[in-house]
Design a protein around this ligand. Structure first.
Ligand code: IP8
Length: 251
């Protein structure tokens, strides 16, 4: 049983202050991960005030690239720093976490399609490690480097590893409807398009609409939940919103 969990960058960092960890929040998530013995767990984390701050300083996004090596190393370096914080908190609790840096492994082709080889992650899982990936920059044909988000990595890993469960630990307790109540289950984008807002801008900034659409394209069921529910998810529950595209939707 392979489980992939994404720790949102806004959850583990202080989004408004550059390069600032929310250590207390990360401690609580690391506690939850250490408390449940999940077989074959892959962790992915976002950029928060580390990656996004440096990416925006260099004008780099998922679509706007840079061929400046200094910019690439700066953004990647900020993400490696955050990754080291995550690893350290997991190690403190005995979780056998090891880093995987997407910049060294993944690419985007000229159509912006992401390719993330998974043999390394699979071998790590087989050896009992918990691979910890992160949003990063990747070499992008014709663009230099662009940002790869943690959400994109989760979707790619879910397909590549044929994962059984995917979880997004986000700042909100799930996908919210117009009254801010958590939508329990989504199996059809049109049914929730109104509350999610159907704008391209939302997608580019990695908002909930783009996330839901991408997750509906997966054969793997995905849960979106808040930080307090990470333990419940890892224990096999479905807190927050369950997004199920269906068995035919293998993308
Ligand atoms: O927070 C972004 O990852 P995300 C990573 O998952 C960078 O969107 C480098 C900005």
């Amino acid at each position: 049983m392979t489980t992939i969990v994404k720790l949102g960058g806004s959850v583990i960092t202080e989004k408004d202050r550059a390069d600032t960890l929310d250590g207390a929040a990360l401690d609580r998530l690391a506690d939850a991960i250490a408390a449940v013995d999940v077989d074959d767990l892959v962790v992915v984390h976002g950029g928060g005030s580390f990656g996004h701050h440096h990416a925006s300083e260099h004008g780099v996004s998922k679509t706007a690239g840079s061929d400046d090596a200094g910019a690439a190393v700066d953004i990647h370096g900020a993400m490696k720093t955050l990754n080291e914080f995550v690893l350290a908190r997991l190690h403190d609790r005995g979780v056998p976490a090891v880093p995987v840096h997407p910049f060294s492994a993944a690419t985007r082709d000229a159509d912006a399609t992401l390719a993330l080889p998974t043999a390394q992650v699979e071998t790590m899982l087989g050896e009992g490690f918990v691979p910890v990936l992160h949003g990063d920059v990747v070499a992008h044909a014709g663009e230099g480097v662009t940002v790869v988000s943690g959400d994109e990595l989760v979707v790619s890993l879910a397909r590549g590893l044929d994962a059984d469960r995917v979880g997004f630990c986000s700042t909100v307790p799930g996908v919210l409807d117009a009254d801010d109540a958590v939508v329990e289950r989504i199996d059809d984008y049109d049914a929730v398009a109104d509350v999610l807002g159907e704008s391209d801008a939302t997608d580019v900034t990695g908002g909930m609409a783009g996330k839901v659409r991408a997750l509906l394209g997966l054969a793997t069921p995905a849960s979106v939940f808040g930080p307090d529910a990470l333990g419940a998810f890892l224990s096999g529950g479905t807190p927050g919103t369950l997004i199920e595209g269906g068995a035919d939707a293998d993308g």
